[in-house]
Design a protein around this ligand. Sequence first.
Ligand code: SAH
Length: 364
Amino acid sequence: MNASKVNLFDFDRGGLEAFFTGKGEKAFRAVQLMRWMHQLGETDFARMTDLAKPLRQRLAEEASIELPKVVSDRLATDGTRKMLLQLQDGNCIETVFIPETDRGTLCISSQVGCTLNCSFCMTARQGYNRNLTVAEIIGQIWQAARLLNHTHDKRVISNIVLMGMGEPLLNFDNVVTAIGLMLDDLAYGLSKRRITLSTAGVVPGIDRLSQVCDISLAVSLHATTDAVRDQLVPLNKKYPIADVLAACRRYIDASTPQNRKVTFEYVMLKDINDSEKDARRLINLMSQVPSKINLIPFNTFPGTQYECSSRETVERFRDKLGSAGFVTVIRKTRGDDIDAACGQLAGRVMDRTRRSQPIKIQSV
Ligand code: SAH
């Protein structure tokens, strides 16, 4: 542990420049460090050969490069890969790589556990411990990129979704700094359209985000009435559907080019939110915001009271939205044989909310 040293993975370019100038060094050292750390994957100052030896030594004494450690790496039959990463305090988080023909998407976590307690989500059962640091958010990309580089087919990470454990907008500052690194050509160099932040609908967070960047936005809608959404996403009691939609509209208005769309996520729950009436109400809600929709078949987990809608119901729902003119995708369930699908990420959370309880698994 290097608790007293600054972790250089916590800095974006501006932060790193300030770090160097604060030490009487040139700001462009930040450029060199970023290349070494994020692009070449070097974590040992001694091997950063374009830095003068005394500077390398000074860095080793005064700074550190600390990353979460990969403690397990599992491959599903469909190629989805789930990594369990251990943090310095012993908590563990999950990161999932989803290969598709035309892209490779990395789904990363933003918190250890989650505070929102959505009733259909497995992560909620784990309780909550804390926000992730910038280094822990970026460290997931760094570790995944290294692991992928060592497989025979050398997949690249072309897209990043903040859809793992946690609510990214409740860890605003660290998430935004990490997004800065994802966008920075000296680090991960992704375009804003290839980075998607998913939120359960933290309205002030959506507005703040629109002031600092315009990456793609996804919103977990999941219901068409406040009464049902209150049950599924308790945050709805604070920020009801109309407020969330208004924030989405403001976000799109502030984005460039203006033809962009919010993605609504809608988990399909049998007899809860999958009726014809729901489809009609959803069409009405979606007409208020430039949007497309991802229907997510509910992924089950031990102890849940919910069931997934039937395939026919999901398809009928999709067709209704589609014929109303909305881009509607049924999200493929990926990696469910290793519990890597949406809502199944659990990690190992030292719960501080006492929400987590042993899950009863019925013996058959
Ligand atoms: N807190 C953010 C980020 C998590 S994203 C958010 O709520 O958007 C994870 C996505 O998977 C969310 O859309 C979430 O609602 C969905 N999800 C959670 N549990 C699920 C489950 N059991 N089956 C399918 N999707 C689920």
